[in-house]
Design a protein around this ligand. Structure first.
Ligand code: T4K
Length: 391
């Protein structure tokens, strides 16, 4: 790895890149390969590949017990889990969500024929601002989907109070929040239900996967039926449904990764602390904090580039990419700025000032167990040199 002391050492100025191979955000954590392969062999020996097999059932039991919820219904991915939860809750008309989230939160509603209505965020937490949610309620509103962005809890109590006051349903997109807590309680227990993602890029991955977790027996039953075409027996369908099933190999990956989740969190914490320390004295750059009183997988290292930083956020991203550091602008420009929703709500940015300003600042940096040692310091050194550029 090259030493970076000044502008001439940067790849944007003609120096060789810092990394020969690209560093990704969300590089999957593979966990214990031997344990995974052993499970795959068990699956093959059993000739049971999908349709609520033993691995999926064990995965559901483990997740439910770890989160302290009655039901976990595992799915093929988080997006289908969101769609099924939305249908099972009988949401209709308009549903309030943040724009500052992965587009799946909005798409899941749109795909079900509902209208996502974007409310602004609190710029400090990146999560929904309860006052902004109140402003977006109309007679057509049926629900709120809070997102625990970066695994940091949404304002659960405030959102529940709004939902209760207006007779709305509340659920959470907890795709980032496996292993997080809110007021000391595991995320997964809040609202009518919460939706997890176990995508390859998540802190805990099942290659692809998701789940609806809930304490509501009836809701869990409806979700289970919908996941498998509404079948109760071989020839009996009692509910409309789709194919949302998790396959056995994915559950095997999820199970083996559950066993090594502690190692992932330890490694993430070190990287997060390393980035924080290494840029602590760089003016107008900051790494988003995690509340030390709550649990969090520390999976996302979210850098904020203030507009007073000598180069723009996009220039920082370009400089990092030139070094083979594939930092991301997640979730720029916000869902409201993406074509399908921009056309639906051309004036949304007028009520989403905080979303707009946060979306212009954020860069998510590489982390995870595959990060080569010394990368954090090198990435921080590049940022430091960029901060010294005279304008
Ligand atoms: N709600 C929220 C708040 C979410 O963040 C998500 C998903 C969902 C709902 C929906 O859950 P799922 O339906 O996905 O279960 C990724 C993921 O596809 C998506 O799961 C995730 N959020 C989102 C934040 O990020 P991209 O566009 O970053 O994927 P991609 O292909 O660019 O991969 C990221 C990096 O990781 C790349 O630089 C390459 C590397 N990579 C990726 C894969 C898949 C690998 O090295 N190996 C791999 O196997 O979307």
């Amino acid at each position: 790895m090259k030493t970076i002391k000044g502008p001439k050492d940067l790849a944007i100025n003609g120096a060789p890149p810092a990394f020969a191979e690209p560093l990704h955000v969300g590089r999957p954590n593979i966990g214990n390969r031997a344990a995974f392969i052993q499970k795959v062999n068990q699956i093959l020996d059993k000739h049971w590949l999908t349709n609520n097999g033993p691995m999926v059932q064990e995965f559901e039991r483990r997740i439910a017990s770890q989160l302290g919820v009655k039901h976990c219904v595992a799915m093929c991915n988080g997006t289908i889990a969101l769609e099924i939860a939305i249908r099972a809750l009988k949401l209709e008309g308009e549903v309030i969500i943040p724009s500052w989230t992965f587009v799946a939160t909005a798409h899941a509603l749109d795909w079900q024929g509902l209208t996502p209505v974007f409310a602004d965020i609190d710029p400090r937490t990146h999560n929904l601002d309860p006052a902004a949610v109140r402003r977006m309620i109309t007679p057509r509103t049926s629900g709120i989907i809070g997102v625990h962005l970066w695994g940091r809890a949404a304002p659960v109590d405030e959102l529940q109070a709004i939902a209760d006051e207006h007779g709305l349903k509340l659920m959470f997109d907890a795709a980032h929040a496996f292993g997080s807590t809110y007021k000391g309680q595991a995320i997964g227990r809040f609202g009518a239900c919460e939706v997890l993602s176990f995508h390859a890029t998540k802190a805990i991955n099942a290659m692809e996967g998701g789940a609806v977790v809930t304490n509501d027996d009836e809701l869990a039953e409806a979700v289970r039926l919908m996941r498998n075409f509404g079948f109760v027996h071989y020839d009996e369908v009692i509910h409309p449904g789709t194919n949302g099933k998790m396959i056995e190999v994915c559950a095997a990956m999820g199970l083996s990764n559950l066993d090594t989740f502690g190692d992932v969190v330890r490694s993430n914490r070190l990287h997060h602390a390393g980035y924080k320390a290494a840029i602590a004295d760089v003016r107008n750059l900051s790494v988003l904090d995690y509340d030390e009183h709550e649990s969090n997988s520390h999976h996302y290292v979210v850098l904020e580039v203030d507009e007073r930083f000598p180069v723009s956020r996009d220039q920082v991203v370009a400089a990092l990419h030139a070094e083979n550091i594939l930092a991301r602008k997640y979730f720029w420009p916000g869902c409201h700025g993406m074509k399908p929703y921009r056309e639906l709500f051309p004036h949304a940015r007028l009520v989403l000032a905080n979303t707009e300003s946060v979306a212009k600042k954020v860069i998510v940096l590489p982390s995870g167990t595959t990060l080569p040692s010394g990368s954090v310091e090198t990435i921080a050194a590049i940022c430091r040199v960029l901060g010294e550029v005279q304008t």
